[in-house]
Design a binder for this molecule. Sequence first.
Ligand SMILES: Cc1cc2nc3c(=O)[nH]c(=O)nc-3n(C[C@H](O)[C@H](O)[C@H](O)COP(=O)(O)OP(=O)(O)OC[C@H]3O[C@@H](n4cnc5c(N)ncnc54)[C@H](O)[C@@H]3O)c2cc1C
Length: 376
Amino acid sequence: MIAIVGAGPAGSYLAYLLARQGKDVTILEEHDRIGSPVQCTGIVTHSIEKFFKLKNEVIAKRLDKVVVVGKSSKISVNVDEIVMWRDKFDMFVAEMAQDAGAKILLNHRFIGFDGKQSIKVKDRKNSKLKEIKADIIVGADGPYSAVANAAGMGSNSKNYIGMQAKIRLKMDTTAFETYFGIDFPNFFGWVVPESEDTVRLGIGCFENTKEYFYKFLKMRTGKKDILCWESGLIPLYNPKKTIQKGNVYLIGDAATHVKATTGGGIIPSLKAAHTLCDCIASNKNYNREFKRQSGKELLLHLRLRNILNKFSDNDYGKLLSLMSQEKVKKILKKYDRDTPIPLLANLLLKEPRFLLLPTTTILKNFCGWKGSRTTK
Ligand SMILES: Cc1cc2nc3c(=O)[nH]c(=O)nc-3n(C[C@H](O)[C@H](O)[C@H](O)COP(=O)(O)OP(=O)(O)OC[C@H]3O[C@@H](n4cnc5c(N)ncnc54)[C@H](O)[C@@H]3O)c2cc1C
């Protein structure tokens, strides 16, 4: 039996793929409801439809523009994005897994290992401890992963604090906004409409989150009223993290499978599920296969994030000005952030002046470029 801890998108989609191959799969979820509490903005590129067709009830909005805001300039770029109801999305993927034959045990919290092929689980309904036999154990249990800690794979990776709230606000409901390079260090912010009068407004940063959040809220809306909080940790991709040790595997946030530029982890976790399903079915080395299939993309996001965190206001101004050209906007519409390598390569072909931004290291590593030092 394969025990998957956590019924988020990573755990449920992996369960679906494995059950479809006839494997005996059980998901253990500590909550009494799948998808709750919500700690996510639920925005994804249309690349999600390469994995499955979303049911209409999962979709809150389809957006065709992103407004990128810097300190002294902003631009609008055409995109194709989906804002989901995250709880309904989690239920949708869990139902796919169940329909394919996976079992789901709600109210079951993973506590620890009991030998190599047995785990201890707490049934939260009657507070009883249970022992469950499993040949393979997968930690899909999010950023605080108890499985990773119990297996000695909980390395000291870094996390962004993602502070998000729902706010009453009327904005263009065909566009979302992202904020970079405004007064707070190592910061990115977003405002995403979910309906005609409600938005999901949030920030990601390493420290002083509460202070920055309220400053950002005031700057964008002039208000202080919060309808509800949906905050959580956003792991920063750690390329050195061990994600397989014997018969124990990690996936999704538990494995830091997140795009460091935006904090998006849903599509990377779906991609990782395909890799892990193949590794389990064919007994391949998942540490190696993941790096081969997704490692370069996530590393590129990480390097871009590190560079963006060091950008000056002037650098952001130049970046936005290059991005505002029609030829660049066309590339940004064609290749989304879930295909970052062709995106970057095509951007450089169409607009070599991106090379004048402080990007030397990324270009050397990913495009084989061997130029001299750039302007910064
Ligand atoms: C504020 C915020 C905004 C975000 N916005 C976006 C976005 O717009 N787009 C995007 O792509 N990503 C976004 N993310 C990231 C995204 O939410 C995660 O990357 C994604 O949820 C990872 O899925 P997962 O299945 O790995 O983990 P999770 O979704 O965290 O699921 C883990 C599951 O494991 C369960 N669990 C935990 N511990 C145990 C245990 N001991 N026993 C049993 N069950 C357990 C939990 O209850 C949960 O159901 C955001 C994150 C935050 C914090």
